[in-house]
Design a protein around this ligand. Structure first.
Ligand code: ADP
Ligand code: MG
Length: 265
């Protein structure tokens, strides 16, 4: 879905990426994790066409160039960490409508799309509220609605789960998994390794370089490398490893509900 070849990018005062390659596969959940300052948000800004870069990037088979940014953006939905910075309107309804108005959707279609996405995400009842008055989970759901309302092919989350508590995070992760099973490609970016449990593939970024990549099984095996970058194994992996040591389970369990289920039996 996204192919990145020889990506090179410099800020005026800083070399950021030097010949980076990456593949974000269609229909998969790919995570990029890295410490603060490793270049994750820079990459997102490049992908949404905000920065000029050297190298080759294709999104859904369209080369990412300056003059087709608008076309490319139709395929992408983005959610950032702090939803408060993303809200542009006085009501949730108008906020979600904003994306569609920018894409010249007809009024009647806008209503229909908003009704659809808000019902799906469980925020239909708060469409008339001011987004700033909502709790953090609702705010994140509104951002998610704005990112999804135009049916993008790929959803990019830049630390979108960071501000949520464990319970709300679980809820949103569930929604993401379901959207993915319906065909949405997801690029999930975080500095927290716990957010990578749902991924098919993980890239670990450090100072603009990919230092580790592979399936989550492959990446979680590299405990020493992860430690050096300041990452512990995700709690579920750590717990599974201990339980396997005592022969209580025979494989790593990533899902808490599944774990509870198995241990209960
Ligand atoms: P991350 O999202 O992984 O925390 P960023 O992509 O935000 O990292 O930043 C990567 C590096 O680039 C950091 O060292 C940051 O200070 C620097 N940086 C970010 N934005 C700019 C900018 N506009 N000009 C110069 N340096 C920047
Ligand atoms: Mg960032």
């Amino acid at each position: 879905m996204i192919t990145i070849r020889n990506l090179t990018f410099k800020y005026r005062t800083k070399d950021m990426f030097d010949n980076v390659d990456m593949d974000i596969e269609k229909g998969k959940i790919t995570s990029i994790i890295g410490p603060n300052g490793s270049g994750k948000s820079t990459l997102v800004k490049i992908l949404v066409g905000l920065y000029r870069y050297n190298g080759k990037i294709e999104i859904n088979n369209i080369p990412l160039l300056k003059d087709n940014r608008k076309e490319i953006r139709k395929n992408i939905g983005v959610v950032f960490t702090n939803p408060d910075n993303q809200f542009v309107a006085e009501t949730v309804m108008d906020d979600i409508a904003f994306t569609l108005e920018n894409m010249n959707y007809k009024k009647i279609d806008i209503r229909k799309k908003i009704e659809e996405v808000s019902k799906y995400l469980g925020i239909y009842d708060i469409l008339e509220c001011n987004p700033h008055d909502l709790n953090s989970n609702q705010k994140q759901l509104v951002s998610l609605a704005s990112a999804l309302v135009h049916d993008p092919k790929i959803l990019i989350l830049d630390e979108a789960l960071t501000m949520l508590d464990l319970y709300d995070k679980e809820k949103i992760l569930k929604i993401l998994k379901e959207l993915n099973s319906k065909g949405l490609t997801i690029l999930n970016i975080s500095h927290d390794i716990e957010d990578t449990l749902i991924s098919d593939k993980i890239y670990v970024l450090d100072k603009g370089k990919i230092v580790l990549s592979g399936t989550k099984e492959e990446v979680y095996k590299e405990e020493d490398k992860l430690h050096k970058l300041g990452f512990e194994l995700p709690f579920m992996v750590e717990l599974s490893n201990r339980l396997m040591f005592y022969d209580l389970i025979d494989h790593v369990i990533y899902d808490m509900e599944e774990m509870v289920d198995i241990l209960w039996k």
